[in-house]
Design a protein around this ligand. Structure first.
Ligand SMILES: C[S@@+](CC[C@H](N)C(=O)[O-])C[C@H]1O[C@@H](n2cnc3c(N)ncnc32)[C@H](O)[C@@H]1O
Length: 342
């Protein structure tokens, strides 16, 4: 076979980017930045204007930019490279996942949320980033005295933010009011400039983390070492694959954990069955595969495959268990020999 030497373009090879799906839970950000410094985060950095200017003004801060949209990562990185700043890392993910899984309690000194998506329609309000739970999560990750800075130009979202900030026990305003409508010292963002240009009023929130401990600790999700099961069944992996005629959906009662077995394929190289699966944990959604392989002694192992760089979460452990149960249900002589699923 002809080997093609292919050089991966920018995104993973640049030290600016930090891969959130392979990062440690939680991550030691001082190690990532290579120094111990105040940890500052901007959520939803958009075109990167604010974070680049912030990095220039604050060379002594370790700054993490979180964006859900990939194109913004590319644009942001371009600006950071042009500005020759090296105190920023960018990561692509939902900010709630990053705060929850990758950030240790009481580590963030400053959190900036500039012009978060307002989600204008009532049926989409649940998508708004600022919520009571988000504020508690942020509080659990911030140091006492840490600064929470939010800005919006959307009057209705401003009202929503006012209500949530005014009732949170974890933060207080650094001003005498809930918000101010002008800030001479601000670094303007792209959205802010657009709002100002058409005369929309911006609301700026300058709040501070107090001392009060959060009710929930928002513990980082747990990973389970190599979840697997060993079974005895008269069916070979291809025969098991033939029984897979429609997708199978399964969920843990009362918990936000689900697994959907989407399809099954034969792996010629390993002579095993691959089951394509979507696993949903409260914070992490993974599109991965499980392998069902016959061993030399005739037993079968059901285990996580490397496809999709899976994280062995509780949902993954649950999925291995459900897949094993389904395979055992296919033949009356099927039995479980061993598992580490608990
Ligand atoms: C209205 S834009 C504002 C962009 C920029 N902050 C500005 O002011 O010009 C909102 C940004 O937040 C990002 N975003 C939305 N939800 C997010 C989430 N849950 N986590 C991280 N980024 C998010 C969007 O991709 C978008 O770039």
């Amino acid at each position: 076979m002809k080997i093609i030497n292919y050089q991966l373009p920018t995104i993973n090879s640049s030290p600016i980017f930090h891969s959130s799906n392979r990062a440690e839970w939680p991550t030691d950000w001082d190690t990532v930045f290579g120094r111990k410094s105040p940890f500052v985060i901007e959520i939803g950095f958009g075109n990167g204007r604010f974070i680049t200017e912030l990095a220039r003004k604050r060379p002594s801060a370790n700054i993490l930019g979180i964006e859900i949209a990939n194109p913004s990562l590319v644009r942001g990185a371009r600006k950071l490279r042009a500005a020759q700043v090296n105190n920023v890392r960018l990561t692509q993910a939902d900010a709630k996942y990053i705060l929850w899984a990758l950030c240790r309690p009481q580590t963030i000194s400053e959190l900036y949320i500039n012009f978060p998506d307002p989600w204008r329609r009532e049926k989409h309000y649940h998508r708004r980033l600022i919520s009571d739970q988000f504020l508690e999560l942020a509080a659990s990750r911030m140091i006492a005295g840490g600064q929470l800075n939010i800005a919006t130009d959307h009057a209705d979202y401003a009202q929503w933010i006012n209500e949530r900030l005014e009732r949170t026990p974890y933060f207080h305003s650094r001003r005498s009011t809930t918000f101010v409508t002008g800030d001479a010292y601000r670094i303007n963002t792209k959205y802010e400039q657009q709002a100002v240009d058409v005369g929309r009023i911006c609301h700026y929130y300058h709040w501070e983390r107090g001392e009060r401990e959060t009710t929930s600790s928002f513990a980082s999700p747990q990973e389970f070492h190599m979840p697997h099961a060993i079974i005895q069944t008269p069916l070979s992996p291809p025969q098991i694959g033939e029984r897979f005629t429609e997708k199978i959906e399964t969920a843990v009662a009362d918990q936000d954990i689900r697994a959907t077995f989407l399809d099954a394929y034969h792996s010629y190289r390993y002579d095993s069955l691959l089951v394509e699966t979507f696993v949903h944990d409260p914070l992490v959604q993974q599109h991965i595969a499980f392998a069902v392989r016959q061993r030399d002694d005739g037993s079968c192992v059901v285990k996580l495959h490397d496809i999709g760089f899976p994280r062995p979460t509780l949902g993954v452990k649950f999925a291995v268990g459900q897949l094993t149960k389904w395979i055992l249900s296919l033949h009356p002589d099927g039995k479980l020999i061993h598992s580490n699923l608990g």
